[in-house]
Design a protein around this ligand. Sequence first.
Ligand code: SER
Length: 318
Amino acid sequence: MKRILIIGSTGQIGSELTMKLRGIYDGENVVAGYIPGAEPKGVLLESGPSAIVDITNAQQIADVVEKYNIDAVYNLAALLSAVAESKPQLAWKIGLGGLFNVLEVAREKHCAVFTPSSIGSFGPNTPRDKTPQDTIQRPRTMYGVTKVSGELLSDYYYVRFGVDTRSVRFPGLISYVTPPGGGTTDYAVDIYYSAAKKEKFICPIAAGTFMDMMYMPDALRAAIEIMEADPAKFVHRNSFNIASMSFDPEIIYNSIKKYIPEFEMEYQVDPLRQSIADSWPNSLDDSCAREEWGWKPEYDLDTMTKDMLAKLEERFGK
Ligand code: SER
């Protein structure tokens, strides 16, 4: 993997992954793909090439792959779970239609492809605790339907055409550079912003609702390490469970209160997000990722809280 295209480079994951990959492979070898209206700015714009890549436009993907001689694509375009429920047709067009375009270009031009799946690929009849790698995946959200279909399509392209597709099932990702938009796990990002701004947090998810979460530095490492891994040990490809922590709103609130004792939280449960959260697992079993490519998280809730608050207080003032 030497010349990389990131589709969705200005989103929550893309804005950080692009910079991290540019640190490893040099700026000019990592192309920041974006859609009009979400242009890269500042260091993301200045540290390497960028190009308009609308994932729903197969020709545009092919042209950029050709122009920059790309050999690996990180496909990060998606509508997150809650917003996908308000635009299910568009979510399918981007999530599955877009993935199909990427896989076809990858088949013709011999690229490897990373596409994140999610805890959202599971559904209400999946075992909830320590959810196994191989288990029932019958999601009830359009986001989940696109993710589980994407896993199948990616495996199909590997088996049928030899396209080097790889993927992890991301938990809710917590980060301070670019906010997520329209996800069910976003509350676990928003809570840190409220705490750092010294505001009361209104929590849309009920106490007792556990979901798997991960700090962005671990997620970035996972995305890079799986693409760098020797596939000889792979039994799975699309997609690996990965995990680092699982908590409910009370637990994250109390973790923040250790550092900001006056922090306050009130519940105003959002029925849509709550029903999505209730259909997802409490925690995943990531032993296959550990065995097959050496996955290991570095952050736990406390080390994440300390770092998130330090970074956000630097921005908003203590
Ligand atoms: N963070 C995503 C969401 O909430 C889950 O993968 O939609």
